[in-house]
Design a protein around this ligand. Structure first.
Ligand code: GFB
Length: 320
């Protein structure tokens, strides 16, 4: 793919904050193909919610480039039930990292947000201009407000201090190393775990939360990591930029796809007492495609790969 490398990673010390998460791990895999030195810090070394920890680590290790996938994340129910954690943790993590990066003279920083920054009823597909044009989806407003603050921090440090700090907003991600815990996970890993358990138990049906009618866009985390490295090298603007696959499907259609992959033959039923969340969240990815990047991993292929990963990592994956 075409790439005008405005910022070369060759020979650079590159810190990935949150390297044990699904996105951080994918960035580490992707950086193996770059000639850079990768820096990571364990949670025991640095609690990213504590300013003193982050500033001391950053001053001692002096990275030149920083990826910020670190975040407290979860699916619709976790967001709804743990608002304090989703707001406090994420505000602290991003403020500490961005401020410490400025103080340590970091050359380039890429902050990761989420498609939930956009209004609940944003026109579809959602372009970058839709930010702050309407009320947020209530279930994940806490996470969204923290992520919007992260975008604004990058813009503020860019304006006041001339820092080359950028923000990328990925759509719903999935991949190996995801969280499969049914209470806190996102829908795609939840459906893999539910369909697998139902097949093993010979259960007659699997229950979807909500009505099954909301539509979501999914991007494989390895595609996301590739896009992030591309942006780190080529993107240097104040505006955040969307990262997605450009197509979506209903939750029911996703459930049917996962059912086929898992080989489950039972029924799919819905539980409308559980929240649907936003009716649709499809990213407008025209800015990203105009910059020479597009997703490569088709959803059915990605789901097959993740299901293989899940089977290989049972029961550890189920108990995360
Ligand atoms: O992936 P998900 O939890 O998050 O849910 P969001 C997507 C849709 O799948 C919702 C439905 O309509 C859920 O009701 N769903 C059906 C299920 N069955 C299940 C299930 O078993 N588990 C789960 N989790 N969902 C999140 C935000 O929103 O998206 C985060 O809460 C973040 O903050 C993330 O932005 C990307 O797409 O609704």
């Amino acid at each position: 793919m075409t790439e005008t490398a405005a910022y070369a990673l060759d020979g650079k010390r590159v810190y990935v904050a949150g390297h044990r998460g699904m996105v951080g791990s994918a960035i580490l895999r992707r950086l193996e193909r770059e000639s850079c030195e990768v820096l990571v810090a364990s949670r025991a070394q640095v609690d990213l919610r504590r300013q003193a920890d982050v500033e001391a680590w950053m001053a001692a290790h002096r990275p030149q480039a920083v990826f910020v996938p670190a975040a407290t994340v979860g699916g619709i129910l976790a967001n709804d039930q743990r608002p304090a954690e989703f707001l406090y943790d994420n505000l602290m993590i991003e403020a500490n990292l961005i401020h410490a990066a400025w103080r340590a003279g970091v050359e380039k920083l890429l902050f990761l947000g989420s498609s939930c920054i956009y209004p609940k009823l944003a026109p579809q597909p959602m372009s970058e201009e839709a930010l702050l044009t309407g009320p947020l989806e209530p279930t994940n407003q806490w996470y969204a407000v923290a992520k919007i603050a992260g975008i604004k921090l990058c813009q503020a440090y860019r304006r006041q201090y001339g820092c080359d700090f950028i923000s990328a907003m990925p759509t719903n991600l999935y991949g190996p190393g995801d969280n499969f815990d049914l209470q806190s996970s996102h829908v795609l890993p939840a459906l893999i775990a539910k369909m697998h358990a139902a097949r093993e138990a010979g259960a007659a049906s699997v229950t979807l939360w909500g009505t099954g009618t909301p539509k979501r866009e999914f991007l494989h985390v390895d595609d996301c990591a590739d896009a992030l490295v591309h942006l780190m090298k080529t993107y240097s603007e104040e505006d955040h930029i969307n990262v997605g696959s450009g197509s979506d499907l209903s939750i029911r259609a996703l459930a049917e796809l996962v059912r086929d992959v898992v080989g489950y033959r039972g029924e799919i039923v819905t539980d409308p007492s559980k929240p649907d969340g936003a009716p649709r969240k499809l990213m407008d990815v025209s800015r990203l495609t105009a910059r020479g990047w597009k997703a490569r991993i088709p959803l059915d292929e990605g789901v097959r790969e993740v299901y293989r990963w899940y089977c290989d990592h049972l029961p550890a994956a189920a108990g995360r």
